[in-house]
Design a binder for this molecule. Structure first.
Ligand code: RTP
Ligand code: MG
Length: 144
């Protein structure tokens, strides 16, 4: 199937579980092996203000507070990744939200599992739409 060129950028986060398990290189390797370009990369600690904005759609849900605590449990690696249809493409690379159900071959399916924690620990985040990507890149990389 031929699709028109659709260059895009997405925000990828390697969550604290991925950094703590020393999977940063493996995850970035998969992104680059797929042919996407990393245009910005930074390891940093997130605070409640940034995470409240990043996860604004989930405010009020039962997993919101545990999610924010989890995301502050250690450093995260934030990246802006570029390529044709990369928003959908990275979500495919990542696999479905729950690592137990994620397909083998995906980041979550190959490298993640259920650890019995209150919130699902699933290694990575990827923007879910062009609007989310623009908003999230603005939050994490305001200078871009
Ligand atoms: P993400 O936003 O992090 O890329 O993940 P996603 O789209 O696959 O999942 P989403 O529904 O946006 O949820 C955001 C993150 O919240 C945690 N979560 N835990 N019931 C639970 O324990 C639960 N539900 C969601 C996960 O870390 C999920 O990735
Ligand atoms: Mg999401």
């Amino acid at each position: 199937m031929s699709t028109p060129s659709q260059p895009e950028r997405t925000l990828v986060l390697i969550k604290p579980d991925g950094v703590a398990r020393h999977l940063t290189g493996e995850i970035l390797r998969r992104i680059e092996a797929k042919g996407y370009t990393i245009v910005a990369l930074e390891q940093r600690s997130a605070d409640t203000e940034l995470l409240g904005e990043h996860y604004a759609e989930h405010q009020g849900k039962p997993f919101f507070d545990p999610l924010v605590d989890f995301m502050m449990s250690g450093p995260v690696v934030a990246a802006v990744v570029e390529g044709n249809r990369v928003i959908e493409g990275f979500r495919s690379l990542a696999g479905t939200t729950e690592p137990t159900a994620a397909a083998p071959g995906t980041i979550r399916g190959d490298l993640g599992r259920d650890w019995g924690t209150t919130v699902v620990q699933n290694l990575v985040h990827g923007s879910d739409s062009a609007e989310s990507a623009a908003r999230e890149i603005g939050l994490w990389f305001p200078a871009l």
